[in-house]
Write a protein that binds this ligand. Sequence first.
Ligand SMILES: O=C([O-])C(=O)C[C@H](O)[C@@H](O)C(=O)[O-]
Ligand SMILES: [Mg+2]
Length: 437
Amino acid sequence: MDAKLIVDEVRLTPILISDPPLLNVQGVHQPYTPRLVVEVITRGGVSGLGETYGDGVYLDLARPLAEALPGRAVTDVNDLFALAEATDPGPRSGSGSGSGDEGASEAGVDAGGLRGVRTADKLRLSVVSAFETACLDALGKTLGLPVHALLGGKVRDSVEYSAYLFYRWAAHPAGGPVDDWGAALDPAGIVAQARRFDRAHGFRSFKLKGGVFPPEQEMAAIRALAEEFPGRPLRLDPNGAWSVETSLSVARELKDVLEYLEDPASGTDAMAEVAAGTEVPLATNMCVTTVQEIPEAFAKGAVRIVLCDHHYWGGLGRTRELAALCRTYGVGLSMHSNTHLGISLAAMTQVAATLPELHHACDTHYPWQTEDIVTTRPVFRDGRLTVSDAPGLGVDLDRDALAALHRRWLDDDGTLRDRDDAAAMHAANPEWRPRRW
Ligand SMILES: O=C([O-])C(=O)C[C@H](O)[C@@H](O)C(=O)[O-]
Ligand SMILES: [Mg+2]
């Protein structure tokens, strides 16, 4: 193996990034959210970048993997999975996500309850994804090739994203960064938010994060969007907060305007029951988030669209494997997003560019993020990002910004190092409990 491709060092930098008070079924986003930046530096002096979740449970897995990687080649991405398993320190406790299931749980749900089942394997895949991306970035930079070329080449020159609309407050209840978006708590507020996304970024599709208010109010917001933007693709995602009956009645009411309904009900059986009773396509990033869940969900016809996410599916290569499975079973593909920065956005765009079967605009939280650690903020035009043909991911690290956000992580007393939307909500209302309709 060419010595230039051997990993010399791996740097892990946990950071806290500013996040607005966005509401969801689990509570409200905290003022800062953790991310982990992975840098793989080769003996050739090239630095490859990756980004993933930064909560303690992920750091616990990333540290031993980072120690084991030097001496291996950045081409050996298929071996990362076995290496991550071999270096997994095993059951953990008390990383403080507030969910009480931080250990190598085989049966819980993720800390926020928004991303489906939480298994030891899935946690590892989320960590491996950043290492894989960093290795591919380093390999691409060394060879002078974009990451999409390493994945077999792009099938499109730009990737479409959707506007991610949230009910939100103007400010965080316990203080924190304030932006100029103001509150959005009713149909008029959601339409105003959509108009701004449309003006600023040209997004054509709109997704509303639901599960916050009673379904009638959220349906009124979708109706208001349909009137303001006739014919545009609209999605509603209550993160499994509705019963089968409620889901069916929402689907009936909105069938003429919805592109898809995302995770209306919780669990494969409930989704399958809803799917059997409506023509509205159901999408998921909750009941199909691991390969183990695919056979049952596809056999029961529970979903017509799976939202891929390279973070929890285990990287860019594994995302392509998911796409192949979906293609085999005639299931469509879209893309999920959590709070993330420019490294992840570049990785999402590179892999999306290689997926012929991606026919829905990808989700991204990125426009909500006011901070970044890449030197140049990507610009959406007509709701699309141009696919970079520069070597690697096509982004450079802003080391001053990285240091500042890491300083924030170091200065935190531990309260914000693990995402906990319910805790943030309890700061406003100690009596608050997640609601179901
Ligand atoms: O279901 C989804 O699309 C998500 O889970 C996306 C995000 O997690 C979003 O709901 C959030 O961060 O509040
Ligand atoms: Mg979703």
